[in-house]
Design a protein around this ligand. Structure first.
Ligand code: 6PG
Length: 239
């Protein structure tokens, strides 16, 4: 099931996404003892992370919450382009999150394939089947309709047997080697929250949501129960 939620701009979008996440955590933790959340990189989710960190929409269940990443740039965690650093800075810096509950993609392994293999080992420790993974996966959408680090040029989007892949991002993207969860692992999530904001995303969003263009990786976001698209008016001027 796909549902589209439109907001005037990034602030109400982020607040609504925070509320939706917290509500889902509360309902799931009534019937299970942990909650697994895969985080997105880029700029759009930063405000959401800040809101979660300040518990503006309510407290997070830090003792039951495990954090993963959907993808990572192959740079040190101190690099300003690192998704791990982004989350560390906006969500985790003052949070009472047990260190053992934070599962970043280890970009200190060489070559990149070793980092992917190490992350696959981490995921296999938590999930017996790549078809049933995270409670929620947070995703963004690039202006070229990429999601995580799955680009229109990425081969074998859905066919690969890997859990985690090394992807050479196209030259237009600042960091070429990327480590990304494969599409079946992302879609193994029970639900997806896809955050898209800005007029520069309008065409990509139309190609994905209206045209279901198969050449767009965003079109293949299909988690097990539901995908909620949180979009602003700039990215989607009409419902
Ligand atoms: C990354 C993200 C990537 C991101 C999109 C949108 O590592 O950059 O995982 O998939 O979600 O590129 O990025 P913005 O939110 O910055 O537009």
């Amino acid at each position: 099931m796909t549902r589209i939620h439109r907001f005037a701009d990034l602030e109400p979008l982020s607040r609504a996404a925070a509320r939706a996440l917290l509500e889902d955590m509360q309902s799931r933790l009534a019937v299970q003892d942990r909650y697994t959340l895969a985080l997105a990189g880029g700029g759009t989710p930063q405000r959401l992370y800040e809101l979660l960190a300040t518990e503006a929409e309510g407290p997070l269940p830090w003792e039951q919450l495990h954090l993963f990443w959907g993808d990572e740039r192959y740079v040190p965690p101190t690099d300003p382009r690192s998704n791990h650093r982004l989350v560390q800075r906006t969500l985790l810096s003052d949070a009472p999150c047990p260190a053992a509950h934070v599962h970043p993609i280890p970009t200190d392994r060489t070559p990149p394939a070793a980092a992917a293999a190490a992350y696959e080992h981490t995921l296999r420790r938590f999930f017996a089947d790549r078809g049933a993974t995270f409670d929620t996966v947070l995703l963004g959408l690039g202006a070229d309709a990429h999601t995580a680090s799955l680009f229109p040029e990425t081969p074998a989007l859905g066919q690969s047997d890997d859990w985690v892949r090394v992807v050479e991002a196209p030259p237009r993207h600042e960091v070429s080697p990327r480590i990304t969860c494969a599409l079946p692992v992302l879609n193994g999530a029970r639900r997806a929250l896809v955050l898209v904001a800005g007029a520069h995303k309008r065409e990509a969003l139309r190609a994905v949501l209206d045209d279901q263009d198969p050449s767009c990786p965003g079109t293949h976001i299909a988690p097990r129960t539901r995908a909620d698209w949180y979009v602003d008016h700039a990215a989607r001027p009409t419902a």
